[in-house]
Write a new protein. Structure first.
Length: 255
């Protein structure tokens, strides 16, 4: 078990965004967190990545509680994420955006970087080589010297994913990765995530609204509605569940 969310609640003043939620994710699983807008999905991501501290309950990563740990330290432990709205440095090249993901992994000192000592050059060469390997897997290596802002939306999304992978995560959180993509791009993205899981030997947790994408990709899903878990299991069962249908479509029986 790589991630355990144990009876987690999150309140903002008098508003309960997450209510007594629990789930577990196994190593190399692709797990979907779904639900209507305002269900609490991104809040859960922010709790897992240390941006919010739970009001109640615990987050365990490899059996260790990570509540209250700073976000950058959670990245160091092996959890990386992307965002619903792509967050790239538009004035920087694709290569430089990806290199940022390696930040904490460099083993040279500040003095070695200032004076350009041999270990600095050796480490920079290693990091750049690994960045190119990641970009080749995502088929964006050919854009490495271009500004990230000049790329298509789909390729910008790949750059953000490459930067997250550069942090060498064991668990990758993806916030609506297929948003804004056409059916062909969505199909290609799903195939890419299978490749990423196998190539990088990582576990994936994603938020997504595209149910065809979720159905193709996810081993299991959990459905949130107003911060409360209403279903956990396979997507084929979720789409037939009355509570899930009600959450998405309303109570059609009494409409």
């Amino acid at each position: 078990m790589i991630l355990e969310v144990c009876n987690v609640s999150k309140k903002f003043g008098g508003v309960t965004a997450i209510k007594d939620t629990s789930f577990e994710i196994q190593s190399k699983e692709i797990f979907g967190l779904i639900g209507p807008n305002g269900a609490g999905k991104t809040t859960m991501f922010n709790i897992i990545t240390g941006n919010y501290e739970p009001t109640q309950g615990n987050i365990k990563f490899h059996g260790q509680i990570i509540n209250g740990i700073k976000p950058y330290k959670i990245v160091h432990r092996g959890i990386a994420r992307t965002f619903q709205n792509i967050r790239l440095f538009n004035s920087m090249s694709v290569m430089d955006n990806v290199l940022i993901g390696f930040d904490y992994q460099a083993v040279y000192t500040y003095i070695e970087s200032i004076f350009r000592l041999p270990r600095f050059f050796k480490e920079e060469k290693r990091i750049r080589k690994r960045a190119i390997e990641i970009m080749e897997i995502l088929d964006i290596e050919k854009y490495k010297d271009e500004l990230s802002s000049s790329l298509s939306y789909g390729n910008q999304r790949k750059v953000e994913i490459a930067r997250a992978l550069a942090a060498n995560p064991q668990l990758l959180l993806l916030d609506e990765p297929a948003a804004g993509m056409n059916p062909r791009e969505t199909h290609e993205l799903a195939e890419l995530f299978f490749k990423i899981r196998d190539e990088f030997d990582i576990t994936i947790l994603l938020i997504e609204h595209d149910m065809k994408f979720v159905n193709k990709l996810c081993d299991r899903v959990m459905v949130l509605d107003y911060g409360k878990t209403i279903f956990t299991g396979h997507i084929k069962d979720a789409i037939k569940d009355e509570e899930v249908i009600k959450a998405y479509l309303g109570d059609f029986k009494h409409a």
